[in-house]
Ligand binder design. Structure first.
Ligand SMILES: Nc1ncnc2c1ncn2[C@@H]1O[C@H](COP(=O)(O)OP(=O)(O)O)[C@@H](O)[C@H]1O
Ligand SMILES: [Mg+2]
Length: 268
């Protein structure tokens, strides 16, 4: 529990501002520092919250960790392994899984098939990747079945992902991330649009992941969820850390309240 699973050191991402090039006036900023010198140390099995106002660099941090973007500077390690030289698919093999702020599933595959393609072999399953669709090994079948139960999607196994309700699609996204047997799951606003019951279910699932040794980085605006499920939190504003600590410390932090809770228009 005390071993650092994820260590992010002086992570920085600068984007060129390409939009409205012709409208840009002299002296205007040509770059946006989306993530600015960020340090994170997440312990194994911890649920770590990353919060902050809209545009504060949360999704960019997730994208840097899973390899969608290359950092401008800084390093990212998982269990001491430097992830920077690994492609996104190699990072999945190294144990990094994620969900997206906007759901991304294979709509024309069934629920079962979405989980099947997300499957990641480990050393104990020789040849699993080459086993045919119908020849899916017993242990793999069993585990997919248990993931269907974990996500309460058992009744939907043979339905196309595109035909699921919004809540079911969100559950399938998390199930798919879990099917990759991750060490680390990155959740980018998983509670968006959820009702109270769905929130409670999501909370239970995050705690289940934690109990099963998965480390979770949770980006979320729904404070009720963040405060009830995270062990520690880092708060970003304009790409920079403005605070880190226990949920109750963050809740009482003046700087955070001004930046984040101060204006409701800011949150989003
Ligand atoms: N691909 C990109 N190209 C240029 N600017 C980007 C890109 N992605 C994000 N940004 C900018 O980086 C900043 C942080 O964005 P983001 O990480 O999406 O914030 P958050 O997830 O906290 O709302 C914003 O100013 C945003 O406009
Ligand atoms: Mg975002």
């Amino acid at each position: 529990m005390s071993q650092p699973a994820v260590s992010v050191t002086q992570l920085t991402k600068v984007f060129p501002v390409t939009k409205h090039l012709r409208l840009r006036r002299k002296g205007e900023k040509r770059f946006v520092v989306a993530v600015d010198n960020l340090n994170l140390n997440v312990r194994e099995g911890e649920v770590y919250g990353l919060i902050g106002p809209n545009g504060s660099g949360k999704s960019t941090t997730v994208n840097l960790i899973c390899g969608i973007f290359a950092p401008t500077a800084g390093s990212i390690k998982l269990d001491g392994i430097d992830l920077r030289s690994l492609r996104p698919d190699q990072r999945v093999d190294a144990g990094v899984a994620r969900t997206f702020q906007n759901i991304r599933l294979f709509g024309d595959l069934t629920v079962w098939q979405n989980l099947w393609v997300a499957w990641r072999d480990d050393e104990s399953e020789q040849g699993g990747r080459f086993s045919s669709w119908f020849g899916t090994s017993g242990s793999r079948r069993k585990r997919i079945q248990s993931i269907l139960e974990f996500s309460n999607l058992g009744q939907r196994a043979n339905d196309l992902a595109a035909n699921l309700s919004f809540g079911e699609q969100r559950r399938l996204e998390l199930a798919r991330a879990y099917a990759a047997k991750p060490k680390l799951i990155l959740l980018d606003e998983p509670a968006a649009g959820m009702n109270a019951e769905e929130l409670q279910d999501l909370r239970d699932r995050i705690l289940f992941l934690k109990e099963n040794g998965v480390t979770v980085l949770l980006v979320e605006h729904v404070m009720e969820l963040v405060m009830s499920v995270t062990d520690r939190i880092t708060v970003l504003n304009f790409g920079r850390e403005i605070a880190h600590g226990l949920p109750e410390e963050i809740q009482q932090n003046q700087v955070v309240q001004e930046a984040y809770f101060g204006s409701s228009e800011n949150a989003g």
